[in-house]
Design a protein around this ligand. Structure first.
Ligand code: BG6
Length: 505
């Protein structure tokens, strides 16, 4: 047995998640898309792994569902997962539904008595985790009514926590207002602002790769890195989220949260420990160091695009306008260049892009190193030596690779570029865990490391709100791109005018 295999086996126990305390999980917006697509399968998986013992799941929503009807819907969803029927049957016995109107006190009175009843029945000692999966315009009434009905009160014996879905506000002001409202009834330790990218295995691995290895850190700065590129590309369009998406746009939907979170993990200083506050403190420093986008020359730094019709995998896709069936200037693509003005990243450009209906679904971070200072091979090999690159593949095909130069076998001096690849699936035998599963168990365990702290949220809105303000005032330029491409041509100019190129994906 090799050293590595040995180590992995002996660490199994340390690597296991602890079992959370008993708790009731209450989902607001329980008849919605997110609940059935992500939350219920994730909670079920935790149950299957015996991480939820004394627990219940109470769905709350406007739909007039009985417990039986809700259970039928859950059954249908879980049967799709092809799991053991016995376990599904057992899980179902922990699920309930309460229907009501979010803006009426009566619902919260009903909720209070229902929780008392279920706490007793399932022996959950009064711990409650409330999940806000409703449209965001309902967050405020829910918070107020929960607060007024003392459902947010914690004691020595029981906790009350909330997980709140994005969008967390639609600009700096509204996000601060929402935060203020939350803090009327809850303290920061009770609030879990979710960004599901932080729950992805490979995103968590960014910290491991950087801080559990010594070989990268000396190179991780302006002296050795030429530029960093982050791409979050999707093939899907807006599907059944037209109303939400058209009001939101991609800058708010993907950039303010997922992209900026990836950026902070890549660029922050090593925290002294993995405690939530230490990690968030380092993220804040990065966000505060992002150079403000120059309002007068915004187009030189950020490009907005919208998809038109085009082919993806030989299938013709409609334009955004046809998809949503109305005129709209909402962006479905963003490419941006930014700088982080601190000692480590001085002068290093970060090129970031995200879009819908692009050529393929891929999320990757590419760290492109500088050229060698002088090529001793130039007499024999008068071709520019490719720079090294470290590619972190977030999804799909999770892993990372190192682009490196080596001699091509043969009598001549010929250099070839190699890709040293690590793929999770080739090395670890593991059942892929959905990001939501990771994040829900963390909230049950009271671990906020992978959630977004109030000031981190505020700083990320500070980065994007000035852009939104200019766009709103000036009727921002929108560039069109055919579905199935990598975005508008202007996104290429953005990087090519600096003498660089987007990495070929
Ligand atoms: C969500 C966005 O946060 O992330 C969606 O609201 C997007 O628009 C989704 O499709 C992408 O997530 P993933 O995990 O599929 O990359």
């Amino acid at each position: 047995m090799s050293f590595i295999e040995n180590k992995i086996e002996s660490y199994v126990e340390i690597c296991e998640d602890p079992t959370p305390e008993p708790a009731g999980i209450i989902i607001f917006g329980a008849s919605g898309d997110l609940t059935f697509r992500k939350l219920i399968p994730s909670i079920f998986n935790l149950f299957k792994k015996r991480k939820l013992k004394n627990f219940y799941l109470l769905g709350v929503g406007r739909s007039k569902l009985t417990d039986e009807e809700f259970r039928d819907k859950i059954l249908k969803r879980l049967n799709n997962l092809k799991s053991d029927k016995n376990i599904i049957e057992k899980f179902i016995l922990h699920t309930y539904f309460l229907s009501g109107n979010y803006s009426q006190d009566k619902m919260y009175k009903d909720l209070r008595s229902k929780l008392l009843e279920l706490d007793r029945k399932h022996n959950t000692t009064g711990n409650h985790l409330f999940y806000f999966a409703t449209p965001p315009n309902i967050y405020m009434p829910i918070i107020n009514y929960l607060g007024e009905n003392k459902l947010t009160v914690e004691t020595q014996e029981k906790y009350s926590r909330i997980i709140i879905e994005k969008p967390f506000g639609h600009n700096l002001e509204s996000s601060k207002k929402l935060d203020y409202q939350l803090h009327n009834y809850l303290n920061e330790k009770q609030i879990y602002r979710i960004d599901h990218y932080l729950g992805k295995e490979t995103v968590q691995n960014i910290m491991m790769l950087r801080f559990a290895n010594i070989i990268f850190e000396p190179l991780w700065n302006y002296k050795y890195i030429d530029n960093i590129q982050i791409t979050v590309a999707e093939q899907i369009g807006v599907e059944n989220r037209v109303g939400y998406f058209d009001q939101t746009g991609l800058l708010r939907d993907m950039f303010q949260n997922h992209i900026l979170q990836l950026l902070t993990l890549i660029t922050m200083e090593p925290p002294a420990s993995l405690s939530a506050d230490m990690v968030h403190d380092e993220k804040i420093k990065v966000l505060k160091s992002i150079r403000p986008f120059p309002k007068e020359k915004l187009n030189n730094f950020i490009i907005r695009g919208q998809y038109i019709e085009g082919k993806i995998n030989n299938e013709m896709k409609k334009s955004y306008i046809e998809d949503i069936k109305k005129e709209s200037k909402t962006e479905t693509f963003i490419a941006a260049k930014l700088y982080i003005d601190n000692w480590r990243w001085s002068g290093v450009p970060f090129y970031l892009r995200t879009g819908k209906r692009l050529k393929k679904k891929i999320t990757e971070v590419a760290i492109i190193f500088k050229d060698v200072p002088h090529s001793i091979f130039s007499d024999f090999y008068p071709i520019k030596i490719e720079p090294n690159a470290l590619i972190l593949r977030i999804q799909p095909d999770e892993g990372f690779s190192l682009v490196i130069q080596a001699k091509q076998p043969g009598s001549k001096i010929c250099i070839n570029t190699l890709n040293m690849e690590f793929k999770y699936k080739n090395f670890f035998e593991y059942e892929k865990q959905d990001a939501y599963e990771r994040l829900i168990i963390d909230a049950l365990l009271g671990d906020q490391t992978l959630y977004v702290r109030s000031d981190v949220m505020e700083e990320s809105w500070k980065v994007v709100t000035p852009i939104l303000d200019v766009w709103e005032k000036d009727n921002a330029t929108l560039f069109y791109y055919p579905s199935g491409t990598w975005g508008p041509e202007e996104a290429n100019y953005l990087i090519e005018k600096d003498g660089r190129k987007w990495r070929k994906l």
